[in-house]
Design a protein around this ligand. Structure first.
Ligand SMILES: Nc1ncnc2c1ncn2[C@@H]1O[C@H](COP(=O)(O)OP(=O)(O)O)[C@@H](O)[C@H]1O
Ligand SMILES: [Mg+2]
Length: 446
């Protein structure tokens, strides 16, 4: 705790909340500090002259610095009005949200209201610990991890897309050679919960897959060239207002793999390998795009796309799954296929010719029922009753016919993200209230 307090004091001007976070991070770093042998390190309190870092670590640091300079050379200044150390010091209500291989992420409230996600190096995370075990140099290892976060920041500044978490600002503080302290301030999201997603309506799962495809399209044609997300897993993404966004970019590669011959360009996954070509320029061309697409297939599409999709769309979805699983499609074809599915779904063209059923319902214009607790159905948009996305009153009638409890329904004013209305299905007709915009459809007893 002494190190934590010492480090927090050294921060001096920091406000209570940011101080608490830094103290927490420093606390997390304590085992790493103890595990270190102190060589090449400037320790708190006593200040022995820094010993040289091990050559391997020095080389890794040099490579990361070079990587950073290359990214920074391409521009990407902080946007006007971006948050900085001043805002960080005034932030409050800091609580840890999660951590990964390299970083720890906390939620914080800004002084002017609004919440952000703060990202910093995880001093006792696997990355720093592995490095300390290897080189025995905690401060050098934390610096190496800080370079990774700086790389992520450089990428986030240059990649602006709805599928990339938004960077609100950063606080960079450097005290001498040994320590750099970087805190990124990001749009706040919530971790992706695959189990929960599997229980949401197909339309919402399709939305997540479509936003991922749009992100991969952007990454394939980004201002920095074709970018691969090397550590592509659901935990590198968060949800913000129902939209999927990538948050972990420190493992992104902005360059295609170099090669001498085709044999250098095999794209290997645990279950499959794809032989690719080595271009005359000595690069495995298209590898980054293909790597992302196959990962999207294996981590997202296979789980989220097919399950309970509208019947008529299933052949198209299974084409998408086969073509991305075999990498027959590139990202351009994949996006086109997704947009075709969206068009068929939005326009109602997917509805097969069916007997017209709405004629069997009595319509009561200018009335609706009170939305109270009623029978449940899957996958309802409301936990109180049966609220489903429909194309039209005709489709709602078909749904009501297929549910024995359903006695009536209304097509509400609420819309899903595709613009389709939600219909409320009910088993009783207790409270009718006047509503000039509503039509209540009542099942006629046979
Ligand atoms: N903007 C954010 N909002 C909410 N949680 C986040 C945000 N960014 C990251 N996280 C959470 O923190 C974890 C670690 O962040 P990440 O950038 O993946 O670090 P690492 O490089 O260590 O894997 C993520 O798995 C995610 O659950
Ligand atoms: Mg991560």
């Amino acid at each position: 705790m002494a190190a934590a307090a010492g480090r927090a004091r050294r921060g001096g001007r920091l406000g209570a909340a940011a101080l608490a976070l830094l103290a927490l991070l420093a606390l997390l770093a304590l085992p790493a500090l103890r595990a270190g042998h102190g060589d090449g390190e400037r320790q708190e309190g006593s200040a022995p002259p820094p010993r040289p870092l091990p050559p391997g670590l020095r080389e890794e640091l040099r490579q990361r610095r070079r990587d950073l300079r290359r990214l920074a050379a391409g521009g990407g200044e902080a946007a006007a009005g971006a948050l900085g150390c001043g805002e960080l010091r005034l932030a409050s209500g800091v609580s840890v949200l999660g951590w990964g291989f390299t970083k720890v992420v906390a939620r914080a409230a800004l002084a002017g209201g609004g919440a952000v996600a703060l990202k910093a190096v995880h001093g006792a995370g696997p990355e720093v610990l592995q490095c300390v075990r290897r080189y025995g140099a905690p401060a050098g290892c934390r610096r190496l991890a800080a370079y990774k976060l700086l790389k992520e920041l450089a990428l986030l500044r240059r990649l602006r897309h709805p599928g990339v978490v938004q960077l609100h600002g950063q606080c960079y503080e450097s005290s001498g050679d040994a320590e750099i302290r970087v805190t990124a301030m990001l749009e706040l999201g919530s971790p992706l919960d695959m189990i929960q997603l599997l229980q949401t309506p197909w339309e919402e799962r399709f939305k997540i897959c479509l936003s991922l495809v749009k992100l991969l399209f952007y990454l394939a044609h980004s201002p920095l060239g074709s970018i691969a997300l090397l550590d592509f897993q659901p935990r590198q993404f968060v949800m913000v207002d129902g939209n999927l966004k990538v948050t972990d970019m420190d493992d992104a590669s902005t360059e295609e793999l170099s090669c001498k011959g085709d044999s250098d360009c095999t794209l290997d996954f645990p279950t499959k390998s794809f032989p690719l070509k080595c271009s005359v320029a000595g690069k495995c061309e298209g590898m980054n795009e293909k790597k992302n697409l196959f990962n999207a297939y294996r981590y997202f599409f296979t789980y989220l796309l097919p399950h309970s999709a509208p019947l008529a769309l299933r052949p198209l979805l299974s084409d998408i799954l086969n073509a991305t699983g075999d990498l027959r499609y590139g990202i351009n074809e994949t996006l086109a296929a997704f947009e075709k599915v969206l068009h068929l779904y939005q326009s109602g063209l997917y509805l097969q010719k069916r007997p017209l059923l709405l004629k069997d319902y009595i319509s009561l214009k200018g009335f609706r029922t009170v939305e109270g607790e009623d029978y449940k159905c899957w996958p309802s948009y409301s936990h109180l009753g049966c609220l489903l996305s429909v194309h039209s009153a005709e489709e709602a009638a078909a749904i009501c016919n297929s549910q024995s409890q359903c006695q009536s329904f209304t097509v509400t004013q609420q819309r899903t993200w595709t613009g389709r209305p939600l219909a409320l299905f009910q088993s009783s007709l207790t409270d009718l209230i006047p509503d000039p915009n509503a039509v209540l459809y009542i099942k006629q007893s046979p």
